[in-house]
Design a protein around this ligand. Structure first.
Ligand code: SAM
Length: 287
């Protein structure tokens, strides 16, 4: 069965790396671990040995049947939803998987692991962020440049919308990087594993989640512009912007890329207080 590049199938064959990924999850002997994209099962096998239960979500039905057969001791059922020992393989698109229902059924917050299919990395990270309440922690492999952005600190070259979006849902830390030769077939990029603990900060920073994330899309809309210019471009009144920047202690010439989430939250609260931003504004779409 040749790998399908359109499904991001670059299989990890570096066994020490597999062990490091699973070790980075921490103790999970009594936990349900959801694996995104088990593929040929490299990580799944290690998880099966360490986790209480593994729920592996694979879009490719051929791979799902193969894995189901392996984990059910030779017999997979027709819908590739075989149950064997502590591993279940579900043939499903991770983007339509119901994490909240799975967490409720398990009676605990889920742990997530995966060497992600890179063609949908951002949608998967956003899906996990949306479901942060159902999740405890994750260890994920992504393209190195994505990990750079996810874990970036304010003022660094890579800090932007993705950093803020991820970090508002909990701390993210880089763990290690692998060269293309760790995979079959080798991808064109290096890959980095990072850990993301889910601990949303919206309540602590007194911001409404949906409104604040929409505001962040406005704030980071145009990379080289100042924060004030981006806010003006989003239709916010210039005098209100100047007052809010001053209120939040932000240099009027600052760019969003230099500001920590705590400061961006203070700015949102200040604009909100004066009514300069309302709950029904439509933000421009940023990719
Ligand atoms: N975990 C395996 C490994 O490390 O060798 C495979 C990782 S491979 C980079 C990504 C896997 O995700 C592939 O098996 C692919 O078929 C699967 N996949 C692609 N799109 C998916 C989706 N939308 N939902 C679930 N799995 C998907």
């Amino acid at each position: 069965m040749p790998p399908k590049s359109r499904l991001g199938q670059n299989f990890l064959h570096d066994q020490p790396a597999v062990r490091r990924i699973v070790a980075a999850l921490g103790e999970c002997g009594d936990r349900t671990v959801v694996e995104i994209g088990p593929g040929r099962g490299a990580i799944t096998r290690e998880l099966a040995a360490k986790a209480g239960r593994v729920l592996a979500l694979e879009l490719d039905p051929e791979l799902a049947v193969r894995l189901s057969t392996e984990f059910s001791g030779g017999e997979a059922d027709l819908v590739a939803h075989a149950v064997g020992s502590n591993v279940e393989i579900e043939t499903v698109d991770v983007l339509s998987f119901d994490f909240a229902a799975a967490s409720a059924a398990a009676g605990q917050r889920l742990i997530v692991a995966g060497n992600l299919p890179y063609y949908i990395t951002s949608p998967i990270l956003l899906k996990l962020a949306e479901n942060a309440g159902a999740l405890d922690r994750s260890v994920l492999m992504v393209q190195r440049e994505v990990a750079d952005r996810v874990t970036a600190e304010p003022g660094s070259r890579d800090y932007g919308l993705l950093s803020v979006t991820v970090q508002m849902h909990g701390p993210a830390e880089r763990l290690f990087t692998l060269p293309p030769s760790a995979f079959t077939p080798p991808p064109e990029v290096h890959s980095t594993v990072f850990r993301w603990r889910f601990a949303p900060r919206f309540e602590e920073l007194k911001v409404d989640r949906e409104q604040f994330l929409r505001f962040m899309r406005q704030v980071f809309a145009l990379k080289r512009k100042t924060l004030a210019n981006n806010l003006r471009a989003a239709g916010i009144d210039g005098a209100a912007i100047a007052a809010a920047l001053s209120d939040a202690g932000i240099d009027p010439k600052a760019r969003a890329e230099s500001l920590a989430v705590e400061v961006l939250a203070a700015l949102w609260r200040s604009l909100k207080k004066t009514g300069a931003i309302s709950s029904d504004e439509v933000a421009p779409t940023v990719h």
